[in-house]
Design a protein around this ligand. Structure first.
Ligand code: PLP
Length: 301
């Protein structure tokens, strides 16, 4: 099976078929409670980027929410089979696990297996030009819950912020808590450069431990860029020298406008550009590794 670029291929509990014909029960707990977790992995020329890190985070989310046991090796083989069946080489893989199908009641159902969903979709990378020239963002209240470190499918706070950004003609929304702490973006991690020091929110329950964030911090250390994992406050945000976001789909994206005003001199800054380029080099090096490096190593979880 090979599907046209516009079509999405689904794998529901191991059964592969076109997404428009795939079904889950209306009693799926993901559907009625948002009781599930997910991952998004980017496939570049047939290679799944950072897969070992994504498996680790998926496993962490499953444990944090005491989800039913999931055979991650089976899931991995289903991811590979669905990707192969799609025929796509540049794609995103959406991977979701919910607490299964059961009559609606808030507390966990007994003896209920998880439901798994894999979606493979062509990914054209339409942000390449923005990685060169930079993009605009708005600020938005952080309306999310107290466990943003879990990659839960409950995304209403992010959905509302992303919609506000879209209406403002921006790529993202920078989220600010009621106490003035800048956390991250609706669907990306956030970095700033202040007086030559890279700043980002520390890992805690207020932010998602982004895979791209983790890699960028490793690259910054390699490049000798001083880094402080300390949250910015909203009043500091206006005066930063550089700003950029990171995510699996956007990679390292310079931010040159904040609420309609230029960030720094309104152009991608030098620290941002060196990290963006180092990330591109990291991806190239990662792609040269043998495909088996994507394999799920139980010992790594
Ligand atoms: N922060 C949030 C809230 C996200 O939803 C995402 C991605 O979905 C990220 C950060 C970036 O994470 P990653 O680099 O793992 O894609």
């Amino acid at each position: 099976m090979s599907i046209p670029p516009g079509k999405i291929l689904a794998c529901v509990n191991g059964v592969i078929g076109p997404a428009e014909h795939a079904t889950v029960s209306v009693l799926d707990r993901g559907h009625v409670f948002g009781d599930g977790i997910y991952e998004v992995v980017r496939v570049d020329k047939g290679r799944l980027h950072g897969m070992d890190r994504h498996w680790r985070r998926l496993d962490r989310s499953l444990r944090a929410l005491q989800m039913p046991a999931v055979d991650l090796n089976l899931l991995r083989s289903q991811v590979e089979a669905t990707l192969a069946a799609s025929g796509h080489t540049d794609a995103t893989i959406y991977l979701q696990v919910t607490r299964g199908t059961a009559p609606r009641a808030h507390a966990f159902p007994a003896d209920t297996p998880a439901n798994t969903l894999i979606l493979v979709q062509h990914f054209p990378d339409d942000k390449a030009h923005l990685r060169e020239k930079g993009a605009g963002v708005i600020t938005h209240p952080d309306l999310r819950w107290a466990r943003c470190d879990i990659k839960s499918i409950n995304l209403l706070g992010s959905v509302l912020a992303a919609e506000a950004a879209k209406r403002a003609g921006c790529v993202e929304a920078v989220l600010i808590r009621e106490d003035g702490v800048v956390t991250e973006c609706a669907h990306s991690s956030l970095f700033a450069v202040v007086d030559g020091v890279l700043r980002t929110h520390p890992l805690d329950p207020r932010i998602l431990p982004g895979i791209t964030r983790e890699i960028v911090l490793e690259l910054a250390a390699d490049l000798g860029i001083p880094c402080r994992q300390k949250a910015l406050r909203s009043d500091e945000l206006r005066g930063v020298d550089e700003l950029f976001l990171t995510s699996t789909t956007s990679r390292v994206l310079p931010l040159v406008e904040l609420d309609g005003k230029p960030v720094g001199n309104g152009k991608p800054g030098p620290v941002t550009c060196s990290l963006r380029d180092a990330f591109t080099a990291w991806e190239k090096a990662d792609a040269l590794k043998t495909p088996s490096s994507n394999a799920l190593n139980a010992g790594e979880l």
